[in-house]
Design a protein around this ligand. Structure first.
Ligand SMILES: NC(=O)c1ccc[n+]([C@@H]2O[C@H](COP(=O)([O-])OP(=O)(O)OC[C@H]3O[C@@H](n4cnc5c(N)ncnc54)[C@H](OP(=O)(O)O)[C@@H]3O)[C@@H](O)[C@H]2O)c1
Length: 271
C-alpha cells in the first residue's frame, strides 16, 4: 500500500502508450491519479480513475476539470500528454487537416492548461508537464506539421512558465524520442496525397517503423515525467531517454551545416 501523498495528478490521453505508463508510474510514486480517454466506459482497476475527455472540445475539458475538483478538491500536477501524429509531405495536408492536428496537439494543451490554471493559482502551487518531442527541437522532413505543433508547445511552455512562476506554478517540457506506443498506428494520413511524394513517404514509413521497433519503452518517458513532476527546482526541459538526450545535445552544439547534412542522411535524403 502506498503511503506517500504527492497530491492529485491529471494525465490526458492515459488510455495507451506514454500516458498510460505515466498514470501508473505517478500512482505508484504516491499521486492520486486521474487519467483521460475519449472512450471511457469502465474505470481502470489499477487505482487510476479514468474520466472522459476530448481535448478538442471546450465543454468536455471544463467538465473534466469540474469532475476532478468534485472528487479530489485540487489539482497539483497536470500532464498534457494527449497527442496525435501526421506523416507526409507538408503540402499533402489541407488547411483543415493541419488545423485538426493543431487542435489536439496545441490548442488541446492550451484548453486543458487554461482550465486548470485558476485552481493552481488559488492553491498557490502546481506543476504542468507538457509532452513535446525531439521533433520540437529539430527539423523533421515529412513530419513538418507534427513538428510545428511540438515547436509551438516549446515556445508556449517556456513563455507561460515565466508568466505563472510567481503564482507558485511551474511549466516543464518532456521531450521523448521514438517510443514504442500506438503512435504509429494512430498517425493521421495526409488528406490530399500527391504522387510526387509516394516513394519518399513510403521510405519514411519504413524508417519510422524501424525507429519505433527499437524505440524506448513508454516507462522510460514515464520515469522522466515523474522526475519533471517532482523535482523541487525543475529544469525547463527534460530529454527522455538516451537518443533524446543525444539529439538535444547535438542540436545545441553541432554546427548548423553539419547538423543539416546528418539530418538529411538519417532521413534517407540526398546530401
Ligand atoms: N511515441 C513516440 O514516439 C512519441 C515521441 C515523442 C513524443 N510523443 C508524444 O507523446 C504523447 C503521447 O503519445 P503516445 O506515443 O503515447 O501515443 P498513443 O499511444 O497514440 O496515445 C495517444 C493518447 O492521446 C489520446 N488522444 C488522442 N486524441 C485525443 C483527443 N482529441 N482528446 C483527448 N485525448 C486524445 C489517446 O486517447 P483516446 O484515443 O483513448 O482518447 C491516447 O491515450 C503525444 O503528445 C506524442 O506527440 C510520442
Amino acid at each position: 500500500m502506498n503511503t506517500t501523498n504527492l497530491g492529485v495528478a491529471l494525465v490526458t490521453g492515459a488510455s495507451t502508450g506514454i500516458g498510460r505508463a505515466t498514470a501508473k508510474t505517478l500512482q505508484i510514486a504516491g499521486f492520486r491519479v486521474f487519467g483521460t480517454s475519449r472512450r471511457v466506459s469502465a474505470g481502470r482497476s489499477d487505482g487510476i480513475t479514468m474520466l472522459s475527455c476530448d481535448v478538442t472540445d471546450d465543454g468536455s475539458v471544463a467538465k473534466l476539470v469540474d469532475e476532478v475538483l468534485a472528487q479530489a478538491g485540487r489539482i497539483d500536477l497536470l500532464v498534457n500528454n494527449a497527442g496525435i501524429g501526421l506523416l507526409g509531405g507538408a503540402e499533402e495536408s489541407s488547411i483543415a487537416q493541419a488545423q485538426a492536428l493543431f487542435d489536439v496537439n496545441v490548442f488541446g494543451v492550451l484548453r486543458v492548461t487554461s482550465a486548470v490554471l485558476p485552481t493552481m493559482r488559488r492553491q498557490g502551487t502546481g506543476r504542468i508537464v507538457n509532452l513535446s518531442s525531439v521533433l520540437g527541437l529539430i527539423p523533421a522532413p515529412y513530419f513538418a506539421l507534427y513538428a510545428s505543433t511540438k515547436h509551438a508547445i516549446e515556445g508556449y511552455s517556456e513563455s507561460l512558465d515565466h508568466e505563472v512562476r510567481s503564482f507558485g506554478i511551474r511549466i516543464v517540457l518532456v521531450e521523448p524520442a521514438y517510443t514504442r506506443t500506438s503512435f504509429e498506428d494512430n498517425l493521421a494520413k495526409p488528406d490530399q496525397l500527391l504522387d510526387i511524394y509516394d516513394s519518399v513517404r513510403a521510405g519514411m514509413n519504413v524508417i519510422l517503423r524501424k525507429a519505433m521497433e527499437t524505440g524506448d519503452a513508454p516507462d522510460v518517458v514515464a520515469r522522466t515525467i515523474l522526475a519533471a513532476a517532482t523535482a523541487s527546482r525543475p529544469r525547463r526541459r527534460y530529454a527522455a531517454g538516451k537518443i533524446a538526450r543525444q539529439v538535444s545535445f547535438l542540436r545545441r552544439f553541432v554546427p548548423e551545416s553539419a547538423f543539416d547534412k546528418s539530418l538529411r542522411k538519417q532521413n534517407g535524403l540526398p546530401v
